[in-house]
Design a protein around this ligand. Sequence first.
Ligand code: SAM
Length: 373
Amino acid sequence: MAAPMVKQEIIEGEVIESHEEEKEREHFARIINAFKCYKPFSLRRVDDAVKHFNALPQRHKDLVPNFLDHLTTIRECIEQNDSIIRLIIQDAEHIFENKQNMAKNGGDIKALVPLVSDLDKVKTTLKQFVRDWSEAGEHERKACYEPVIHEIEARFPKEFVDTSGVHILVPGAGLGRLAFELARRGYNCQGNEWSLFMLFSSNFVLNKCKSMDTHTLHPWVHQWTNNMTNEDQTEAITFPDIDTSTIPENVQFSMAAGDFLEVYQDPETWDCLATVFFIDTAHNIIAYIETIYKILKPGGYWVNLGPLLYHYSDMPNEMSIELSYDEVKRVIEQIGFVFEKEEKNVKSTYTQSLNSMLHYTYDSVFFVVKKPS
Ligand SMILES: C[S@@+](CC[C@H](N)C(=O)[O-])C[C@H]1O[C@@H](n2cnc3c(N)ncnc32)[C@H](O)[C@@H]1O
């Protein structure tokens, strides 16, 4: 077993307008800037907590003598997270094989104040490390990824199929664990991601982390509410929980950057698509289903698990069609798929802190459908 570098590439048409490139660079610089602003903006939040504490009457302060120490620990956790962020963005400008110098000119970007939504995404990305690459995320992966992997193994069994001839696509791959697990089992696998937050981070885990559990993060440090103990907020996780070089040499494993609908237009290309917590990221879920059908080979499978938390629902100026699962199912069948398996109420969580007093659990739907041969 050797460690192939996980290829990251931007896929696009042959003609690229220069203003498109400029926009790409600006976007790139914006995301790098958000990562860089993580520490000062997070520390500002701690400063506010100190200010509020100092404004308390002395007798109240005396009742919680450890509170300021706790805030000092939070600062240390933020510093630690920032040291990982620095590593994540260190090589970011070189991550795309077919696009060099993404940072060129991008450094001149005018608006250096990050968007609140971008800062939130940095924090979400830190939590995503728990889900995909830490032992603490194992229960989540068991619920969300394992059923998908089992179905794929059942439909393309190693005993009867040359797995290196099976091509699987994982759209909305997040930090890449599901795609990695499929590649580790011998299937050719491509993860597709839209978000540079995710792509920079998956590049770091898959290409730069050379041994297990060498890095530490404090993913819940921004969770100021619903903590049972102070330690719950500052809890550390280590990553990666697995040797990321355990991919067979003959397996092609890559991550492709870009919008799923734009990148994947070649018909009858893939043997299988695996989507987890993805289909509800669509503006128009019907377009996703249509594309999945088109790019699957006849006889190919689509395995899906997740809820319908439509991401663009009620977002100002964003188009969003929110179909119920019943309607989604009808569309899937009308487009031509045949249901082979369906389970409802599959309990699943997403970047959930086990210790929090607040828990969100989805009753996800899990299905396997086939494009007729
Ligand atoms: C809810 S997350 C799920 C990530 C991963 N599948 C998991 O289960 O942890 C949805 C992911 O889809 C990505 N995404 C959203 N729209 C996309 C698009 N049009 N093309 C590719 N990826 C997209 C997001 O950036 C995000 O990482």
